[in-house]
Design a protein around this ligand. Sequence first.
Ligand code: KIV
Length: 282
Amino acid sequence: MRKKSLLDFYKMKEKGEKVAWITAYDAPTGAFAEAVGMDMLLVGDSLGMCVLGLPGTVPVTMEECLHHTRAVRNGAPNTYVIGDMPFLSYQTSTADAVLNAGRFLKEADADAIKLEGGVRIAKQIRAIADAGMVVFGHIGLTPQSSGQLGGFKAQGLTVESAKLMLQDAIAVEEAGAHFLLVEAVAPEVTKVIHQRLSIPVYSIGAGVHCDGQLLIVSDLLGIFEAFTPKFVKKYANLAEEIERAFAAYRDEVKSGVFPGPEHVYNMLKGEVEEFEKIKDQL
Ligand code: KIV
């Protein structure tokens, strides 16, 4: 399978072909996604909550993001992989933004990077794009600034908020971003953003009027149980399945059912008798 490029995604937009993508944090998930032809993979800083057991994305570090992005790339060598810039890896200056974005490409073999914010990080988007990298903007419910948003709250529900969303979207495109991700924004607003922008616009919890959909893999598989946003559709309940398997294993170890004769490596023919003879002299 050939890895898709920026141009392939632009062609898909032209043809009205939707892009399906998920987050991934490790090589096996990357490999499963690649096997079914997932269009792209985001190694989101949501790994803080989904994998590292942190309360949010703010504590996630560059090293953690690079480590997981590398793992996903190893599992999905032919899939478009997006690295997610963690909190304070780009807000501080355009120089920091370019250097840290570049680390995703150099050290983790990512194809593109994503960063949160509209108008207020337009300079960083411009600098990263000018350095030759593919940039995903991300507006709406931006988890790294959820403190300012008053929590994990849907955006664009009022005319005032809708105006800000549109201004952010336009700023992202004008700064040179190649894609825009819109999170938890009212679909009526996403529709206008999609009509107004020329770059592909993707949604996570922002409705159907756009060029594709993203879901967090742990939500989709039913393995993140702390909370489930309204926009999530669970396609499996792996939490139940994992707990069932763990409990069955625990019970079989305790009752002596596991391991069975089929799970061991027996001594070679003739060796057991020989061993029996000498074992007491050892
Ligand atoms: O970190 C992440 O997975 C994200 C999504 C919530 C869009 O940024």
